[in-house]
Design a protein around this ligand. Structure first.
Ligand SMILES: [Mg+2]
Length: 143
């Protein structure tokens, strides 16, 4: 499913001459198994999540947006942790690169092309590997 969303985004990018596509990525239950304890941040990633996000961080044609309900003080810790893992998010819960248009108001819902979110059908146990394979395939994510 997530691979289909990515390939659809690539096709749209080609048709519309975009330079980059936007990936919105949730933390808990998506990147990392939740601890369900306040103040106790998870430290481990689901299999392949780290490598996918590292590879995506290096690409100019993928913009990573952290899409999370974490509290501000946790966010700082998360962003530091991700940086230590060479994962770099461009934005948090916003996409200032895409402004409102005649057909889209992004004031409260940031614009993105692909959503990595366990509550929206992303399965962290099985969906990271196909994305990794796509990223490693020279013909996988391009337009
Ligand atoms: Mg979640």
């Amino acid at each position: 499913m997530i691979v289909r969303a990515i390939t659809t985004a690539c096709r749209t990018a080609r048709e519309r001459n975009w330079t980059r596509i936007y990936w919105a990525v949730d933390i808990h239950g998506t990147m990392m198994p939740p601890t369900h304890r306040g103040g106790d941040l998870p430290r481990t990633f689901y299999d392949h999540a780290r490598e996918v996000l590292q590879l995506a961080s290096k690409r100019e044609d993928i913009c990573l947006i952290l899409y999370t309900c974490s509290h501000d003080h946790e966010l700082k810790e998360y962003l530091t942790l991700f940086r230590e893992h060479d994962i770099h998010f461009d934005f948090v819960n916003e996409n200032p690169e895409v402004q409102n248009t005649a057909y889209g108001n992004y004031d409260k819902k940031p614009y993105f092309n692909v959503l990595f979110e366990d509550k929206a059908g992303f399965d962290p146990e099985s969906d990271w590997l196909p994305v990794l394979e796509l990223l490693k395939d020279p013909a996988g994510i391009r337009w």
